[in-house]
Design a protein around this ligand. Structure first.
Ligand code: NAD
Length: 505
């Protein structure tokens, strides 16, 4: 495998940052932006101190006091302008996503497209923050609800969606009248600098207060300052279950609101009637795409025993055709793992699976790279049972295959994991498809039919149940998490009837 020279990658990062209008300073550290393509340094970035975080929250809070009174349709102008700038700089931002997260350009551009899509959605939303009017039981009274801006939203994001998750939160929060302080992953600080620069320009161009957005950089300790600050009305945190366990109770202890988007352990059920051509394509993209580093990556395949051998053979042969390597190279579909610990976690999981009686059908080994870059071929593993390793999320391309005999058993296996993010069924039997989507079917926040588990659109609410955290972001009515609801009763009569017929005279 031919890897590019580290200096070339540094140059590409710097040029993309400049094109996005980012201020290039000599970071001086101690945060080091690396690329998983070669495992080498791109540049250093300054970590935010406690004072920096406090200043950012203060500025966001001050800006909120002004921003909340700007009419929502006018707030939509920021999202509209941001969407235009993202369209203009789609290639630049995608370049940084490939450099820092290792995604192939098509997926990196897809991620930026999601940002553009959510900006369009947010512009429309700015005229649709609807409250309901309810029938009052009292004559001459009106009962209604009003949605008001919430406050400062703290956004903590993960390395694997370094720009989309920020935009889902930020575009919606801004039109809802909130302001945002963002702590991106310490593995993707450069893409964050570029996003921040584009939003600052959008705000300037439409005359919005500069303080509507602030970027703070660093690892978990910097994020913790957002977690504990009572001025952060909503903490929207995306990452591992471990992170969610750390932050959830702390936000709850100060009665703050939390929106958690945590790990998944996504499965697809493949029924005997499935269209196997379509199934193989759906499975391979979901399991091997992004080198298995999506929260929605397919990790478990629950296949009817009558089609299991054929399906495993066809997936294995499709895996054999996948080109693994430098994501910038033509034809490459699987880029690098993010770092050495991701590779080690993958090897540990494969060892455990073997010890539990599993058979590695193909993949799992390192395929070229360098000492500091970790490229692996996606692994396909047949398991005799859903053992503990199958019930964990290993953030790498491992697809465990389990078999079932009857449909109830498939659903039971499907739901018998602690996570509940995404799921799918491949079937042409309508009864099975409907059953999978019904109350006693998949217990996930996302349940699909005849497509894989990954690659959601922004129009729907995104998120999952159980250890995935219960949060919903992006489309549908996910905006409600970013606002506070007031119930209003207006008496327009000259009497004062009490509710429930209470007499007080
Ligand atoms: P991670 O948990 O290591 O880090 C996520 C973010 O949390 C980072 O910004 C990190 O600095 C911060 N953080 C960590 N500990 C913290 C603490 N104690 N207080 C405050 N902030 C803290 O996750 P990662 O390795 O970057 O990303 C992969 C994980 O994220 C996987 O589990 C994946 O499934 C999950 N993920 C979930 C979604 C979703 O929408 N459900 C989306 C993307 C990724």
């Amino acid at each position: 495998m031919n890897l590019p020279a580290p200096e070339e990658l540094c140059r590409r990062a710097e040029e993309a940052l400049i094109r996005c209008g980012a201020e290039i300073t000599d970071g001086g550290g101690p945060l080091v932006a690396r690329t998983p393509i070669t495992g080498t340094e791109l540049r250093t970035v300054t970590s935010s101190s406690a004072e920096d975080v406090d200043r950012a929250i203060t500025a966001a809070h001050d800006a909120f006091l002004e921003w909340r009174s700007v009419p929502a349709p006018q707030r939509g102008a920021v999202a509209r302008r941001l969407g235009q700038l993202l369209t203009e700089h789609k290639a630049d931002l995608a370049e940084l996503v490939t450099l820092e997260a290792g995604k192939i350009p098509s997926e990196a551009q897809g991620e930026v497209q999601e940002m553009i899509d959510i900006c369009e959605f947010a512009v429309g939303l700015s005229r649709q923050l609807y409250g309901k009017t309810m029938a009052s039981e009292r004559p001459g009274h009106r009962l209604m609800e009003t949605w008001h801006p919430l406050g400062v939203v703290g956004v903590i994001s993960a390395f694997n969606f370094p720009v989309a998750v920020w935009s889902w939160n930020t575009a919606v929060a801004l039109v809802c009248g909130d302001t945002v302080v963002w702590k991106p992953s310490d593995r993707t600080p450069l893409t964050a600098i570029a996003c921040d620069a584009l939003l600052a320009r959008a705000a300037r161009d439409v005359g919005a207060p500069a303080g509507i957005h602030a970027l703070i950089q660093g690892a978990g300790d910097v994020g913790e300052r957002l977690v504990d600050d009572a001025r952060v009305a909503l903490l929207s945190a995306t990452g591992s279950v471990r992170m969610g366990r750390a932050v959830g109770p702390r936000v709850a202890a100060r009665f703050g609101k939390c929106l958690l988007e945590l790990g998944g352990n996504n499965a697809a059920v493949v029924a005997p009637s499935a269209d196997l051509d379509l199934t193989v394509r759906g499975v391979v993209f979901s399991a091997a795409g992004t080198a298995g580093q999506r929260c929605t990556s397919l990790r478990r395949l629950i296949v009817h025993s009558s089609v299991a051998d054929e399906l495993v053979e066809r997936i294995s042969s499709a895996y054999g055709q996948l080109k693994v390597g430098n994501p910038f190279d033509d034809g490459v579909l699987v880029g690098p793992l993010v770092n050495r610990s991701a590779f080690e976690a993958m090897q540990t999981a494969l060892d455990k699976a073997r010890a539990d009686g599993g058979t590695v059908v193909c993949g799992g080994e390192r395929s070229g790279g360098s000492d500091s870059a970790y490229y692996v071929s996606p692994a396909l593993v047949r398991m005799p049972a859903q053992t503990s390793v199958v019930r964990e999320e290993t953030f790498a391309p491992i697809l465990y295959v389990l078999t079932y005999e009857d449909f109830d058993q498939a659903i039971a296996l499907h739901n018998e994991v602690p996570q509940g993010l995404s799921s799918s069924i491949f079937t042409t039997d309508q009864r099975e498809a409907e059953r999978f989507l019904a109350a006693d079917g998949s217990d996930c926040g996302i349940a699909n039919v005849n497509i894989g588990t990954s690659g959601a659109e922004i129009g729907g609410a995104f998120g999952g149940e159980k250890e995935t955290g219960g949060g919903r972001e992006s489309g549908s009515d996910a905006w409600k998490a970013y606002m506070r609801r007031a119930t209003n009763t207006v008496n327009y009569s000259d009497r004062l009837p009490l509710a429930q017929g209470v007499e007080f005279t």
